[in-house]
Design a binder for this molecule. Structure first.
Ligand SMILES: [Zn+2]
Length: 314
């Protein structure tokens, strides 16, 4: 429930009103045309043919072309309008639909299919523009990704006023599941080689495997020393101090028992080995940078599992 003035408004009613509004933008009235940045050109055609290993001479070899001139691969249609400047103050009807779907909670998107109809061949030097509209909006469907609605955007590709191709992109806009909906963190596989490590975690120690033969430290644990081939294994307890060697922050999709955003860290410990871990809960992912001094903490993750994590050093 959200309060609007003195009236409590049911979120479902608000969503229904937004869907009603979205439907008012459906229909074959396209928004303003956006003009492609570059005309149809041979360098882009070369890149395309090389990437797709398309050896049709009609695209690149004027001597072998039976038309007397080169044409663009039809499948490139969309590339001619990519990055075409748009006027944010003049949204197209399909953008109006998307805004209302976002506001109604369908914030995630996945493309379902994209059909093209090619009405004529494109020649070098032609400048393509595009205008779009939303064709349909489904009722809410239960999908494997979550509850969502399908919508189709129609792309009218033009050269001047002539429609040269039509694209129909169907997408699913859906409500992303929350981390709390997707269960507990995956548990580690504990075996003979790494049991000492997980026993250490229970004791509040970060243990690094040490070769019994040559003394070299290694992580992750392994049955055999890569340097001296000894199978003797011991360990040392890490100080817990290190620096961030690399990091990545994951926003989506949700992972079981993981709070989003989630920052995975590769920490170079002061003992000289690197461990994959994560940023401690409550620390700010925006603070993380390569070389940041960090310190070890142990924290419970959803499901009650105790795991090593790191936070900026105090
Ligand atoms: Zn060794």
């Amino acid at each position: 429930m959200t309060a609007v003035g003195d009236v409590a408004v049911d979120a479902a009613v608000t969503a229904a009103a937004l869907i009603e509004e979205a439907r008012s933008f459906l229909g074959p009235t396209p928004g303003p045309a956006r003009v492609g940045r570059d005309p149809v050109n041979l360098p882009m055609v070369h890149h395309w043919c090389q990437a797709l290993d398309d050896r049709n001479p009609a695209y690149v070899d004027p001597d072998a072309s039976t038309r007397g001139h080169l044409i663009a691969p039809p499948g490139m249609l969309q590339t001619w309008i990519m990055d075409a400047p748009r006027d944010p103050s003049a949204p197209s009807p399909n953008e109006e639909v998307m805004r209302r779907l976002d506001a109604a909670g369908y914030t995630s998107v996945v493309a379902v299919n994209y059909d093209h109809d090619y009405l004529r061949e494109l020649s070098l030097g032609e400048r393509v523009s595009v205008r779009t509209y939303a064709e349909d909006l489904s009722e809410e469907k239960q999908t494997a990704l979550g509850p969502g609605r399908f919508t189709t955007t129609v792309y009218e590709y033009l050269v001047g006023d002539e429609v040269v191709g039509i694209g129909r992109m169907r997408i699913l806009k859906f409500r992303p599941p929350r981390a709390s909906d997707v269960g507990e963190r995956v548990r580690p596989a504990v075996g003979r080689d790494n049991a000492f490590f997980w026993d250490g975690v229970k004791e509040g120690e970060l243990r690094i495997q040490q070769c019994g033969g040559c003394g070299m430290l290694r992580h992750p644990p392994a049955p055999l020393c890569a340097r001296c081939a000894s199978t003797d294994q011991g360990y040392v307890v890490a100080s817990g101090r290190g620096v961030v060697y690399s990091h990545v922050t994951h926003h989506y999709p949700p992972l079981a028992g993981v709070e989003m955003p989630h920052t995975a860290l590769l920490v170079e410990l002061e003992e000289g080995v690197r461990v994959i871990s994560e940023l401690a809960s409550g620390a700010d992912p925006a603070q993380v940078r390569i070389g940041l001094p960090v310190e070890l903490v142990f924290q419970k993750v959803p499901g009650g599992q105790l795991l090593p994590a790191f936070r900026p050093a105090s």
